[in-house]
Design a protein around this ligand. Structure first.
Ligand code: BES
Ligand code: ZN
Length: 878
């Protein structure tokens, strides 16, 4: 749809809403092709706004069928309607009621925004700006109202009728339809509105809060899927208890409902009391879900539940403050997972994700501050930066002020702003004195884009038993701000000696492990240092930055051997691997250095102590992470070659040890997705993969047997991946058998699609094209598209970047097609091009060609043009 006239929205232009809405009374008469919506809004002027003038309500693609003011129909000259708004030219000075009737077409709605139907189920998605596709409304998060929702639906096809809040009544009407009335007593912005209707089964439970209130819990799904919802329900209860214990937050609802849907753009959505999920984040059975899927379900269920306080009760003043709810809630869900699983393993997983998604975003054409200054389409800013860097900022805040002060600040935040729509400054003001220099300096994290760099140098003086550590930062500057402003960087540090952690003094006091760099450069002088230490910096990745320090492999290996911080032990091994891998990119790969091979040997020896950790430690950095560390232009084939070479080397050296580890780590009990078993499986599958990397046929026999005998999806799909990557007859056979077995289980088939999309052979483009035109992909379901094309574009480095440009063309052609149907899905696929300017010249020009060809099409949405224009922006302007 043509949308080019759209102009940028700017943070600096924020004005309070001229009108407030106190109550919203909605009535839906549901029909697949023609749903009528009546909305009665009680409106009044906002005393905080200086604006007089007309009432402007947002709308999108709406058919207006009636309009009245205080129950009297409005004459045509009293209002104007255009594609994006309804304007009441001369609204009353006092409070008034406006009734708007609109007509929607749920069945033709493929954008998956507003009201749509997915597999026969009516549902809504309103964040960020979907409510305007339902009725005319001030569609902005700082307008909070209480909602009453009446739904009329067919008794046969929509026996279940849900909305936010509590069910007030449910009646069978004389015409055979059902009427359900819901009331939500908590004022909320319209993006949290939700409705669901259809033939749904439910799983019921209840939760007693710390203060003794009963909350009825329900998970809804299609009848044939309800037996896969139990794990999600248990996870919900764990999250509810944890939020009480760790944040003092009780559930404020009588009903908490979760719905699983098969057509959903995002992972899940925190609508007040009615969370809606992409079913890939709810459904689980050992036969179809991996250990990783179980862990993700637990995290996503928790995340949406945690929004009830961080997002819903305290919401965002405007969409520039998105990190206020998303970054904070990601931080909370990460903490939850850390405390119900392993802290070190979770931290490593989170940092891997940050580096895989956020660092490249921050280094490429789509870089933006955690709190952006302007946007065309807010849906393009639900990014790794807002989410993951946003969470890192909250974590740094806690590191800097300490856990106790952090908890006090959170309590104050909840007390001070409950029921309000607030800003990042409001949040930060609960922890740091505002205004003030410390506050302003910390705000730089929200206002700057790009990943800061930290350089470290150490010097030991044996005579004075002192150690000088010089830290120097190179930090990006916020848009439009000249001059050098250093950021505040918490650097958790340990000095490692012969026997591990040294206890030393800093400024005459026992060193507590935290260095704070708040100037461009600073020298930290440690005393009482018995012998030359090796500094282990940035423990737990205490800041989302790049660290540069000159160190020999032997020194890094010593950290790997002696560090007590699990994260930095893992980091040391990754650094060793990365050094070998980068050498192999620069020149023909040689043999791996002894220090590296020895460190890997030590991991193998210690693996029994923590199999989950060992699995992570034995996993080499992914190709796209290596790409970030390559200096100069990117040659994907060289990166691929270097990584394969090293895997082959490890396989040849340690193949037997790997197979022994695999034999020793049998989980031993019937399948359960708990962290203990999952850790063992993860190690078994990691070492099996490594054992196969050298082409050992005995190892492949084991993989083949595992594929045939697996009683769980984790082992099955791990073996499938290994076999498929071998490009052998067995690989093909395994793919075929998997397809036969799971052809009616779309979520399992997504794994099958993803494995094939990631195979780095020269058939990849043709194969992905073939699958794209298969029946499986015919309806362009977002999960299928992400599994196939998302995986291809983001993980298959060599084939997406095929030198003839065919990988780029595949993606941009699909984007063009999807844009007419689901612009959010289309725009997201384009982010795979973030690093295109770093490619070597042949590929770079092919990528540019593909992007420009797409840009030249008429009738692109602003979702896609915004991303394209940022991708194609002159490098100097970015
Ligand atoms: N509020 C978002 C869902 C959302 C995102 C709606 C973008 C509309 C536009 C939800 O809380 C969320 O963040 N979901 C994540 C998963 C989460 C575990 C990080 C998602 O959907 O990916
Ligand atoms: Zn969220």
């Amino acid at each position: 749809m043509e949308n080019r006239e759209k102009t940028a929205i700017r943070l600096d232009d924020y004005r309070p809403p001229p009108f407030l809405v106190r109550t919203v009374d909605l009535t839906f008469d549901l029909h697949p092709e023609r749903t009528q919506v009546r909305a009665t809004l009680s409106l009044e002027r906002n005393p905080e706004s200086a604006e007089t003038g007309p009432l402007v309500l947002d709308g999108y693609d709406l058919e207006l069928s009636a309009l009245s003011l205080d129950e009297a129909p409005l004459p045509a000259e009293a209002y104007r309607v255009d594609r994006n708004s309804l304007r009441l030219i001369d609204p009353p000075k006092e409070a008034f009621k406006l009734t708007v009737e609109t007509v929607l077409k749920p069945d033709g709605n493929h954008a998956l925004l507003g009201l749509y139907r997915s597999a026969g189920i009516y549902c809504t998605q309103c964040e960020a700006e979907g409510f305007r596709r339902i009725t005319y409304f001030p569609d902005r998060p700082d307008v909070l109202a209480t909602y009453r929702t009446t739904i009329f639906g067919d008794a046969k096809t929509t026996p279940v009728l849900l909305a936010n809040g509590n069910c007030v009544s449910r009646d069978l009407m004389p015409d055979g339809r059902i009427r359900a009335v819901w009331h939500d007593p908590h004022p909320k912005p319209c993006y949290l509105f939700a409705l669901v209707a259809g033939e749904l089964a439910n799983l019921q439970d209840s939760f007693t809060t710390g203060s003794g209130r009963q909350v009825a819990l329900n998970v809804y799904a299609a009848q044939d899927k309800i037996d896969q919802c139990a794990y999600a329900l248990e996870a919900l209860k764990r999250a509810m208890r944890w939020d009480e214990e760790k944040f003092g937050r009780e559930c404020d609802l009588d009903n908490f409902n979760i719905v699983a849907l098969s057509d959903f753009n995002m992972g899940a959505m925190e609508n007040k009391g009615l969370n809606i999920f992409n079913d890939s984040f709810i459904l689980a059975s050992p036969d179809t879900a991996t250990d990783q899927d179980y862990a993700t379900i637990e995290a996503v269920v928790a995340h949406e539940y945690f929004h009830n306080w961080t997002g819903n009760r305290i919401t965002c003043r405007d969409w520039f403050q998105l990190c206020l709810k998303e970054g904070l809630t990601v931080f909370r869900d990460q903490e939850f997972t850390s405390s119900v699983r392993s802290r070190a393993v979770k931290r490593i997983a989170d940092v891997k994700q940050l580096r895989a998604l956020q660092f490249p975003e921050d280094a490429g054409m789509l870089a933006h501050p955690v709190r952006p200054q302007s946007y065309l389409e807010i849906s393009n800013f639900y990014t790794a930066t807002v989410y993951l860097k946003g969470a890192e900022i909250v974590r740094m805040l806690r590191t800097l002020i300490g856990s106790a002060a952090f908890r006090k600040g959170m309590d104050l935040f909840f007390r001070r702003y409950d029921g309000q729509a607030v800003t990042v400054e409001d949040f930060l003001g609960c922890f740091l004195e505002a205004p003030g220099p410390v506050f302003e300096q910390f705000m730089l994290w929200y206002r700057s884009k790009g990943t800061p760099q930290l350089e470290a140098k150490g010097h030991f003086c044996a005579k004075t038993r002192s150690y000088e550590l010089t830290l120097k930062q190179r930090s990006p500057q916020p848009d439009g701000n000249a001059g050098k402003q250093p950021m505040v960087i918490p650097v958790e540090t340990s000095l490692i000696g012969e026997r591990g952690d040294m206890s030393v003094k800093l400024d005459g006091r026992p060193f507590d492990g935290l260095l704070v760099l708040d100037r461009e450069e600073r020298v930290f002088r440690f005393t009482d240092v018995p012998d030359e230490p090796i500094p282990s910096l940035l423990r737990g990745l205490s800041a989302p930055i790049h660290l540069h320090i000159d160190r020999s492999d032997a020194e890094i290996a010593r950290i790997a051997a002696r560090e007590t911080d699990g994260f930095n032990r893992w980091q040391a091994l990754q650094t060793l691997s990365m050094n070998v891998l980068l050498d192999g990119v620069r020149a023909e790969p040689k043999d791996a250095p002894q220090d590296f091979l020895f460190a890997i040997g030590a991991v193998i020896d210690d693996a029994a102590q923590d199999p989950a950790f060992a699995a992570l430690a034995l996993t080499l950095p992914e190709e796209r992470e290596i790409a970030q560390h390559v200096e100069g232009l990117l040659h994907p084939d060289l990166i691929h070659r270097s990584r394969n070479h090293l895997r082959d080397r490890l396989s040849r050296k340690y193949g037997e040890a790997f197979l022994e580890l695999r034999a020793e780590n049998v989980p031993g009990a019937p399948y359960a997705p708990d962290p203990f078993q999952a850790g063992r499986r993860s190690l078994r599958n990691t070492v099996l993969d490594l054992a196969c990397a050298g082409g050992d046929s005995a190892a492949f026999d084991l993989a083949w047997r595992q594929f045939q005998e697996a009683d769980n999806m984790t082992d099955c799909v791990a073996a499938l991946g290994i076999l498929a990557r071998s490009r052998s007859r067995r690989g093909q056979e395994a793919l075929t058998r998997f397809e036969e077995r799971y052809s009616d289980k779309p979520l399992a088939m997504d794994k099958w699609l993803a494995i094939q999309a990631a195979l780095p052979d020269s058939e990849a483009v043709a194969r992905v094209k073939g699958l794209l035109s298969s029946d499986r992909l015919a309806d362009r379901n977002p999960n299928r598209v992400h599994a196939l094309v998302g995986t291809f574009a983001n993980e298959n480095l060599t084939q997406f970047n095929a030198p003839d440009g065919s990988g780029y063309a595949l993606v941009t052609e699909l984007v063009a097609e999807l844009d007419g149907r689901n612009p959010i899905l289309a725009a997201r696929l384009l982010s795979a091009f973030a690093a295109w300017r770093r490619l070597e010249p042949t590929r770079r020009s092919k990528a540019e060609q593909a992007l420009r060809a797409l840009r030249a099409l008429r009738a692109l949405t602003s979702d896609v043009t915004e991303i394209l224009d940022r991708l194609l922006m002159e490098a100097s302007k970015n």
